[in-house]
Design a protein around this ligand. Sequence first.
Ligand code: AMP
Ligand code: ZN
Length: 113
Amino acid sequence: MDCLFCKIVTGDVPAKIVREGARTLAFRDINPQAPTHVLVIPKDHHVSVAELAAADPELLAEMLREAHEVAVTDGIADTGYRVVFNTGPQAGQTVFHTHAHVLGGRGLNWPPG
Ligand code: AMP
Ligand code: ZN
């Protein structure tokens, strides 16, 4: 399967790894939209958060625990951060291996554009 994030898991595509869990990986977004912009992914391939929630809810919970640890590591757990799952083309999903965006380190607009 030709999946960019599976290649990051295998090391075939380089990434700035922030944290590695047993079943998750966190790495810096190549095109950061905030001082902290980290992607948390499951090592297993799942196309969307909805599919992951149905197939392996504990793995989704692990991703969210890892997202919080990323915020702690970057020193933004107390000031606040946002976790975003773009799901489907109209929401801007471009990589169909589910990923949580962890964004923070600046004021974040609400609602997002
Ligand atoms: P989305 O648009 O929600 O599917 O998010 C995909 C994200 O992956 C975007 O924010 C991209 O900047 C990011 N991205 C694409 N290629 C890479 C890469 N090689 N390393 C890190 N992040 C990437
Ligand atoms: Zn994949």
